[in-house]
Write a protein that binds this ligand. Structure first.
Ligand code: CMC
Length: 430
């Protein structure tokens, strides 16, 4: 017998609401019949207490700092897995065996080319266009080429469309960078692994040979794995909401990319490095910026700090911080922003304001420094986050469509506007 919660309403009604238990003993009150039975809705700005779905993809315990994809701890995946293997795990639910992985890797690499006509689209963007806008527009344009992805067929053809998405997004990202620096596009090569292929498309030029450092490849794999999913965050929820209208997977992911771009979400990785640069150029006066972040009259926040769910160390930040030191040492990069980031982190973690509000550095606080070290330009940081998040978005989209209980996303509201009134002709208005 399932547990129930009893809700008593001021008008005398009462209702028994089922209390559900998740596989990690999480509790949820099922209010899906609340309005039908009582005429009441719930109000929850920012969905702070609202679970729009049951999900078996990612488990996150923000109090304990735990993150697991399909039950596997992020620390183990980060150490042993590759991005493509993790993508398979997220989308299919299980780690692939050797044969399944070979087929999957092959399918993804074979879909990395984009239609030649799409190259013309890059010409239409202004020089100052942010790469996230280009990425979202190009991903949404893929629906024009793969029309079997629309409507219900979109779900039936997900295997092929998800391979196209994972593969082509890296080509689109690299082409948008090449366009911004005025270099020729470098085409994908089937025989290269996902990360090597991406680095080759980004940094090789026809005039020179390009050697790829295996430590850079491994760091990139790691960062993409850490980005790959994060349960019902802003962009994953966007993908689900858009997908719930039966919009195709390309349109849904393109919307997710735009949601990710915001500075409070994935855009924070660019903002965090810009903030570190600003603090550095302003004499590295850390206490000045800690005070600014605490001052409610000032809009300044420590970017890369604080999270809706993590009230403890972000496990991804712990992993990246260790690797960041190693990589910079190996590459012989002496980045003053890393030293500054460490000092800022220590100062914030000892400050009463940050302790009381449980504000810890997140993944975004460190990934930017890693991306800088491997030559990724500042305005491409959030694009890198998007590349990593694609398998997660696809997994969320797929799970939503497979869930018999899902309906079109259509929240309610509490109307607080004017009551019915008579139209006033313009001559009678003040
Ligand atoms: N610097 C200073 N104060 C902060 C910060 C910060 N980075 N983050 C939160 N606070 C304060 C905030 O002012 C509020 O104070 P009070 O209770 O006195 O009004 C309190 O902490 C709670 O913050 P909130 O904004 O109500 O919490 P939220 O759960 O709605 O927002 C957040 C979470 C991530 C938007 C917020 O922490 C933030 O703006 N951080 C900086 C941006 C950032 O780094 N975002 C990346 C998040 S991780 C990537 C991802 O998964 O998307």
């Amino acid at each position: 017998m399932s547990d129930t919660a009893k809700l008593h309403l001021p008008d005398g009604q009462s209702i028994d609401l089922p209390v559900l238990t998740g596989s990690e003993n999480e509790k949820a009150i099922d209010i899906s019949n609340l309005r039908a039975k009582t005429g009441h809705i719930t109000l929850d700005p920012g969905f702070v207490n609202t679970g729009p779905c049951e999900s078996a993809i990612t488990y996150l315990d923000g109090e304990k700092g735990i993150l697991q994809y399909r039950g596997y701890p992020i620390e183990e995946l980060a150490e042993h897995s590759t991005f493509i293997e993790v993508g398979y795990l997220l989308i299919h639910g299980e780690l692939p065996n050797r044969k399944q992985l070979e087929v999957y890797v092959d399918r993804i690499s074979k879909h990395a080319m984009i239609h030649e006509d799409m190259k013309l689209f890059f010409e239409g963007f202004s020089k100052t266009a942010h790469p996230m806008v280009i990425l979202s527009s190009m991903v949404s344009s893929l629906s024009a080429y793969y029309t079997e992805a629309s409507g219900k067929a979109s779900i039936e053809n997900l295997e092929i469309n998800s391979a196209r998405l994972i593969a082509k997004i890296s080509t689109i990202a690299a082409f948008s960078y090449k366009k911004s620096v005025g270099q020729p596009f470098v085409y994908p090569k089937d025989e290269l692994s996902y990360c090597v292929n991406f680095l080759n498309m980004m940094f090789s030029v026809p005039a020179e040979s390009y050697e790829i450092d295996p430590d850079i490849v491994r760091s990139l794999e790691l960062m993409l794995i850490l980005h790959a999913d994060h349960e019902q965050n802003c962009s994953a929820s966007t993908v689900r909401v858009v997908g719930s209208s039966m919009a195709n997977v390309y349109a849904s992911v393109a919307s997710g990319i735009l949601a990710l771009w915001g500075p409070l979400h994935g855009g924070a990785n660019q903002q965090a490095v810009q903030m570190l640069q600003q603090i550095y150029e302003d004499g590295a006066n850390i206490s000045k910026y800690i005070e600014l972040a605490k001052n409610k009259k000032n809009k300044f926040r420590l970017m890369g700090f604080g999270h809706r769910v993590y009230k403890n160390f972000d496990p991804r930040a712990k992993i990246i911080k260790k690797v960041c030191h190693k990589l910079l040492k190996k590459l012989g990069v002496n980045d003053p922003l890393l030293e500054l980031a460490l000092e800022l982190e220590n100062a914030a973690l000892e400050d009463e304001y940050f302790i009381e509000k449980k504000l810890y550095p997140t993944l975004d606080f460190y990934t930017g420094i890693m991306y800088r070290a491997i030559g990724i330009p500042l305005n491409m940081f959030t694009v890198m986050f998007a590349l990593g998040r694609v398998p997660g978005w696809i997994a969320q989209w797929k799970e939503m469509h497979e869930d018999q209980k899902q309906k079109i996303a259509r929240p309610r509201q509490l109307f607080t506007g004017p009551n019915k009134r008579k139209y006033k002709p313009i001559t009678e208005r003040n």
